[in-house]
Structure formats: C-alpha cells, structure tokens
Write a protein that binds this ligand. Structure first.
Ligand code: SAM
Length: 283
C-alpha cells in the first residue's frame, strides 16, 4: 500500500530492463496510473505483468483538467503514478502542470529517479558535465534555430538538446556553419540495439552523418561542448605567487615582484591581483 501522493515514475527510453525496482513497486501498487498515451504504457505494464485498477490518459491537452481528478484521488487516500511514453515525465513531456497543481493543493509529490535521454547522453558524450544547460528540442524554424545556435557562441557550459531525425541534417548543417570548432556528441538510439555516439567537431558532422543513412535514423540527443576558455595570460604559478604575496605586500609591489619572477605581463598581473584582493583596493 502506497502513501497517498503523486508519484513521478520514469520509464525506459529503449531498453526495457531500465526500469527500477522502485518504479515497478509503485506502478504495481498505485490506485491510478496517469499515462501520456495509455496504449503505449499498457505495453510496458503488460511486459512487467502489472494490471493497475485504472490507467487514465494525461497529455498536453488535458493535463489541467486531469490534475483535479488526480488531486481528488489523492485526497481520497489513493496514489497516482505519473508516466510518460518514455523517460522522465516533465522532461520535454507532460507532467509539469499536474505536479504544480498537486503541490499547490498541499499534497505530496514523490519523484523517482530513472531513465532520461539527456542524462544518458551526458554519460556518454565525453564532454564537460560540471555545468550544462538543457534546451529541449531545437526550434523547428530556420531563423530561430540559427538564433539559438548563435546564442551558444559564448556558452561556457555544455549544451544538451533533443532533435528529431527528420530535422537532424538541417541542424547539423547549421551547427557546422555557426559552431564549426565546437566538440559535438551525436547520441543516437541510446540504450537500444543501434546505440551509437559520434564524437566529432561541429564542422565534421554533416559530412560524417550524411555519408550513411543509418546514421540519420532513430532518436537523437545532441551534446554541444563549451566554448574553449580564453588562454590564461598569467599562468597558475604567477597566480599562486600573487596569492602568497598579497596578504603582506602592497599590490603594486607584489605585481612588480611577480612580473620579474615569472615574466607574466604586468597589466594582466595587475588585473588578477585586483581580483584576488577585491576590486577597488589599489594597494
Ligand atoms: N522524457 C524523455 C526523457 O526523459 O528523455 C524525453 C521525451 S522527448 C518527447 C523525446 C526525445 O528525447 C526524442 O525525440 C529524442 O530527442 C530524445 N530521446 C528519447 N529517447 C532517446 C533515445 N533512446 N536515444 C536518443 N534520444 C532519445
């Protein structure tokens, strides 16, 4: 028996084994399963041998109205398991309005971790993951696509986006033009039989993917690496020396000494020293 709540339940993005034990437990015990597409979710439920008392549709067009039904179910002591067609609900899938309404009603929302294409792609992309931005599907219109990609020109973190197979070649053409030097990981059919990860430069992508129709088939996550940081004109040793000297030495003297010791440009050292000591304190 589950505590009365809305349970947000991720489901596999390809490989049916990627369902957690907890997801199975919740789907088995929920008094109601809210599914983006009931026929689609029935296939998974049948595969798992689960036959919930009720499976009700909850998609982009009825989410608002459905939220009231789910709130009534939970208030009556029931438990609602929210699933989408694949992966994590709410991530480019329905669910946000239901979660908002349930939370606003003061009822419990229980999130389950699990499959998600964007996270799975990051695991394989071999690109920095310390800072990343997920931007969902790239805009379908050419002009907006170019604006979005242009906006990534100065992006210092990794960017993750979803793209449909029929727009893939167009998008790769725009990436090659606008972000030619960026590292790119094209993650295709993750967790499935034809799983492939193509790691290349933006400029190489249209030629490589265009060379083989199989490389254009399936589901895709694009991971775009960050803009390379500008080279450090000062270097780690000079920074370290400044850090050591500044607490006990006037700023200008510290800059002069470190410039003489390391050969680093005085203007750059001065900027770094100001940053270390705090802007405005000229020493
Ligand atoms: N909620 C899902 C999640 O957690 O990732 C995403 C749903 S979104 C409507 C579907 C898109 O996710 C696909 O068009 C594709 O870009 C990406 N996607 C889903 N499964 C994938 C897979 N197995 N391999 C690559 N991309 C996938």
């Amino acid at each position: 028996m589950l505590d009365p709540a809305l349970y947000v339940v991720p489901t596999p993005i390809g490989n049916l084994k990627d369902i957690t034990a907890r997801a199975v437990e919740v789907l088995s015990a929920a008094t109601l399963v809210a599914a983006e597409d009931t026929r689609h979710s029935r296939i998974l439920l049948n595969h798992l041998g689960i036959n919930p008392p009720r499976v009700i549709s909850c998609h982009d067009y009825n989410e608002g109205a459905r939220a009231e039904l789910f709130i009534g179910e939970i208030k009556g002591g029931g438990s609602v398991a929210l699933v989408s067609d694949a992966g994590s609900p709410l991530i480019n899938d329905p669910g946000y309005r239901v979660v908002s309404a349930v939370a606003a009603a003061g009822l419990a929302v229980v999130p389950l971790p699990g499959p998600c294409a964007l996270i799975t792609a990051l695991e394989a992309a071999a690109l920095p993951t310390d800072s990343f931005r997920f931007i969902g599907f790239l805009p379908p219109r050419e002009q907006e696509l170019r604006e979005t990609l242009g906006g990534l020109a100065a992006e210092r973190g990794t960017t993750v986006c979803y793209e449909s197979p029929h727009r893939l070649m167009r998008t790769l053409g725009a990436i090659a033009e606008i972000l030619p030097d960026r590292d790119l990981a094209i993650c295709r059919e993750l967790t499935k039989v034809h799983e492939s990860v193509y790691r290349l430069k933006g400029r190489e992508a249209p030629g490589f993917v265009g060379a083989d129709p199989d490389r254009q088939r399936g589901e895709f996550v694009l991971v775009i690496g960050p803009e390379a940081a500008a080279p450090d004109p000062v270097g780690p040793e000079a920074r370290e020396a400044l850090r050591d000297l500044l607490p006990t030495t006037p700023l200008k003297v510290a800059v002069k000494v470190v410039a003489a010791l390391t050969g680093a440009p005085r203007n750059d050292l001065y900027e770094v020293a100001l940053g270390l000591r705090g802007a405005g304190d000229k020493g």
